[in-house]
Design a binder for this molecule. Structure first.
Ligand SMILES: Nc1ncnc2c1ncn2[C@@H]1O[C@H](COP(=O)(O)OP(=O)(O)OP(=O)(O)O)[C@@H](O)[C@H]1O
Ligand SMILES: [Mg+2]
Length: 334
C-alpha cells in the first residue's frame, strides 16, 4: 500500500491520522458513501469539535476512530494503531485502553443497578487494575468531573447531566489517550451541557487526553481551539480560535475561519458563496501573485439558457480532482 508511506509524512507526529478515508455502506443493493476521502489530523492533547449537517458522516467517522466500524479504504491511525489492519484481539485492547467514548445517551455507557463508583470501576476491572486501587481512582475521577458526592448513588438517583458525567468517568476510567464523544450534550439543557463540557475540559487538562467531539451545540463548538466542519463525507472547513491580549490589556477570543484544502488539491467552496454568484459545474481560476481568483464561467455573448458556454474548456479546473484519485482506491478491508 503506497498510501501508507505518504501518510507517514502527511500525519507525522499527529495522534489521529485520517488519510483519504472512505466508508461505503451497502444495503439492499444501494451504496451510500458516508466518508468520501476524508483527511483529518489531530495532535496529542487537542480538543477538536466536529460539526456538520445531519448525514454528513460525523458518527461514521467517530465509529471508525473508536474501532467499532472498519473503513472501506484509506488510512486511519490512532496513537499508532492502524484501524484497517488491526487484529480482532488488538481491537478489543484498543477499545478498552486507547480510546474512551461517550454517547448522546449516557445510559449507553452505564449499568443502572450499579452505583456511580461501581460503574466507573467496571472498565478498570476488565483492564486488570488491582482491586484496591479501583475505588480510589473512581473517587478521583468523580471529584475531577464535579460530582464528588454522587459515588454511592445509582443511575436513577442522578440528573441527566450527572449521569453523563458518570459516563465520562467510565470513558476515562482507564485513562485513554483519546476521548471520542458523539453529541454528548445533545439531550441536556443548557446548564447541564455546560457542566458536562466543563468536565470534558477538565479531563483533557488533567490527563492530556485528546478529545474529538461531535456537536450541534454552539456553546460547545465555539469554545474549543479548533472546529472542523464536515460536508458530504469530507472535511470542508475549519475554525481556529486563540486568545489574544488586546491593546486595552483585556483578553479577546480570535476566531479564524478556513476552508480545507485536501492533499489532492480539492477545496469545497461554501454553498452560500457559490449560490450568491451562481457558480455551477465549472469555474475559472486565475493564479495571482498572492491568491487564486475564482470566477463563475459566464457564457460569453450568445448564451444558450443555462448551458455553460462552449468556451473550449472541456476540463474542470485543477482544484476539482475527480474520483479516480491515486489514493488507495476501492475495495479495501471490506
Ligand atoms: N449502517 C449504515 N448503513 C447504511 N447507511 C448508513 C449506515 N450508517 C450511516 N449510514 C449513512 O451514512 C451517511 C452518514 O451517516 P452518519 O450517521 O455518519 O451522519 P451524521 O453526520 O452523524 O448525522 P447526524 O447529525 O444526523 O447524526 C448517511 O447518509 C447515513 O444514512
Ligand atoms: Mg450522528
Amino acid at each position: 500500500m503506497t498510501a501508507t508511506a505518504t501518510a507517514t509524512a502527511f500525519g507525522a507526529g499527529a495522534q489521529i491520522v485520517c488519510d483519504n478515508l472512505v466508508r461505503i455502506f451497502k444495503s439492499e443493493g444501494v451504496e451510500v458513501v458516508a466518508l468520501q476521502g476524508l483527511d483529518l489530523l489531530v495532535q496529542e492533547g487537542e480538543v477538536v469539535a466536529i460539526v456538520g449537517a445531519s448525514g454528513s458522516g460525523k458518527s461514521t467517522l467517530l465509529n471508525v476512530l473508536s474501532g467499532l466500524d472498519v473503513p472501506s479504504a484509506g488510512v486511519a491511525r490512532v496513537a499508532g494503531a492502524d484501524l484497517l489492519t488491526m487484529s480482532a484481539r488488538d481491537r478489543v485492547r484498543y477499545r478498552r485502553q486507547t480510546v474512551g467514548f461517550l454517547f448522546q445517551q449516557a445510559m449507553h455507557n452505564l449499568l443502572p443497578y450499579l452505583s456511580a463508583s461501581e460503574n466507573i470501576q467496571l472498565p478498570m476491572t476488565l483492564a486488570g487494575v488491582p482491586r484496591r486501587e479501583r475505588p480510589e481512582r473512581a473517587a478521583e475521577l468523580l471529584d475531577l468531573l464535579g460530582i464528588p458526592d454522587c459515588g454511592e448513588r445509582r443511575m436513577a438517583q442522578l440528573s441527566g447531566g450527572q449521569q453523563q458525567r458518570v459516563a465520562l468517568g467510565v470513558a476515562m476510567a482507564n485513562r485513554p489517550k483519546v476521548l471520542l464523544a458523539d453529541e454528548p450534550t445533545g439531550e441536556l439543557d443548557t446548564q447541564s451541557s455546560a457542566e458536562v463540557f466543563e468536565a470534558i475540559r477538565r479531563a483533557n487538562a488533567a490527563y492530556g487526553t485528546t478529545v474529538v467531539l461531535v456537536t450541534h451545540d454552539p456553546l460547545v463548538s465555539e469554545q474549543v481551539q479548533r472546529t472542523v466542519g464536515i460536508r458530504d463525507g469530507r472535511t470542508s472547513s475549519e475554525v481556529r480560535r486563540r486568545t489574544e491580549i488586546g491593546s486595552d490589556g483585556g483578553e479577546a477570543l480570535i476566531a479564524e475561519e478556513y476552508a480545507v484544502l485536501d492533499r489532492a488539491g480539492r477545496l469545497q467552496l461554501p454553498r452560500e458563496f457559490t449560490e450568491a454568484l451562481d457558480m455551477r459545474d465549472r469555474v475559472r481560476l486565475d493564479l495571482e501573485t498572492d491568491h487564486i481568483g475564482v470566477w463563475p464561467d459566464l457564457p460569453s455573448g450568445a448564451e444558450t439558457d443555462g448551458v455553460p458556454g462552449e468556451g473550449g474548456r472541456g476540463e474542470a479546473g485543477p482544484g476539482e480532482a475527480g474520483p479516480g484519485e491515486a489514493g488507495p482506491g476501492e475495495g479495501g478491508a471490506r
